[in-house]
Design a protein around this ligand. Structure first.
Ligand code: ATP
Length: 344
């Protein structure tokens, strides 16, 4: 289903929770609504679902304005973080629920349920009750149940939030494949940037009720539209005084300009190792932190600035050591504009 949202606003009393949000979603895309807690993601999802009435704006599905349609007439499937399965029903009956409501024949229901049970990897579990399943399995039942009545749009609110890290990661890949194979337009809410980047075709970054940016994960990462997006997506360090940042000093002529630097922009070498070009800066290794699969290295450049660099090896660098640093790229911003500058 193709979705258009125009000038969407939502106020709760005096509180303006969603502010003039507009976007288009192409049919079949998997979209991540990403942003900090309280930003308005769930409110947007609930308005799309018809569970909340917009204060103003239009919601258009397939060229038809649906603002006044009740949820059950919008052709939507939902999955929430807390499973919300019917506890007293088996897997089979949970998945069949929406089909019984539609008054389909027993045979039709059986065929559809068995297809979905197979599709979601739950074959053999049809007669179990929710309490006899793991968290990940329960969430797969929730997907099967949501997909059963063949919705045109799937809305997912933090679907993996209640599941532990390892299973969550498996489920993400599983969900992406499942949605691709079914070809259904889907929108999921998350506050986990890694999850959004890994799963979504496109991400919408929502903060303080506003849509800050919409685009593919890679485009957003590479070309953030606002300082908020730049600091929210990916690792970064903000440098306030640019005067000692070789290659970027001239940017400090615009007052209040700060630089956001990602570890990937930094090339680091021991004296003699790195090609000494004019933009190379001396730096001192301050700390090394182990992150499970990589080392984060804090560097001091000049008198105050700390830049973080990522390294896969442990014993190559030591605190107190002198190194050379070449900064390839920085995201610069001040009160009036933001831009990306590269070191030639
Ligand atoms: P989270 O990730 O924590 O769920 P979110 O981005 O989904 O956050 P929303 O749940 O949409 O944010 O909430 C946005 C703001 O609107 C919050 O400040 C919230 O307190 C407020 N809000 C949401 N629903 C209501 C309501 N029914 N009445 C009053 N305020 C509400």
């Amino acid at each position: 289903m193709h979705i258009e949202v125009r000038g969407l606003n939502k106020s709760f009393g005096d509180f303006h929770a969603v502010k003039d949000v507009s976007f288009d979603i192409e049919k079949g895309k998997l979209i991540g609504l990403l942003g900090p807690s309280g930003g308005g993601k769930t409110s947007i999802l609930r308005m799309l679902a018809g569970l909340e009435t917009p204060s103003s704006g239009d919601i258009v599905f397939h060229g038809k304005r649906v603002n006044d349609l009740p949820p059950q007439e919008r052709g939507i499937g939902f999955v929430f973080q807390n499973y919300a399965l019917f506890k007293h029903m088996t897997v089979y009956d949970n998945v069949a629920f929406g089909l019984k409501v539609k008054k389909q024949s027993k045979e039709q229901i059986r065929e559809r349920v068995m297809y979905l049970v197979e599709l979601t990897g739950l074959k053999g579990f049809e007669h179990r009750y929710p309490h006899q399943l793991s968290g990940g399995q329960r969430q797969r039942v929730a997907f099967a149940r949501a997909l059963a009545p063949e919705p045109q749009l799937l809305l997912l609110d933090e679907p993996f939030a209640a599941i532990d890290a390892k299973i969550r990661s498996e489920l993400r890949t599983w969900l992406k494949d499942l949605i691709e194979s079914v070809g259904i337009t889907s929108i999921f809410v998350t506050h986990d940037q890694e999850e959004a980047i890994e799963v979504a075709d496109e991400i919408m970054i929502i903060s303080k009720g506003r849509l800050e940016q919409k685009g593919s994960p890679w485009d957003i990462y590479k070309e953030p539209a606002t300082p908020f997006v730049a600091s929210f997506i990916g690792e970064s360090t903000i440098v306030e005084d640019l005067s000692e940042l070789k290659g970027f000093e001239h940017a400090s002529s615009e007052s209040g300009t700060k630089a956001l630097i990602r570890p990937e922009y930094i090339e680091l070498g021991k004296p003699g190792e790195i090609k000494l070009v004019s933009a190379t800066m001396p730096a001192v290794v301050k700390h090394l932190h182990f992150r499970g699969s990589e080392w984060m290295v804090e560097l001091e450049v000049g008198s105050t600035k700390l830049i973080t660099y990522r390294s896969l090896e442990k014993d190559v660098l030591h605190p107190g050591e002198q190194v050379n640093v070449l900064l390839h790229r920085a995201y610069l911003f001040n009160d009036s504009r933001s831009w990306i500058l590269e070191n030639p």
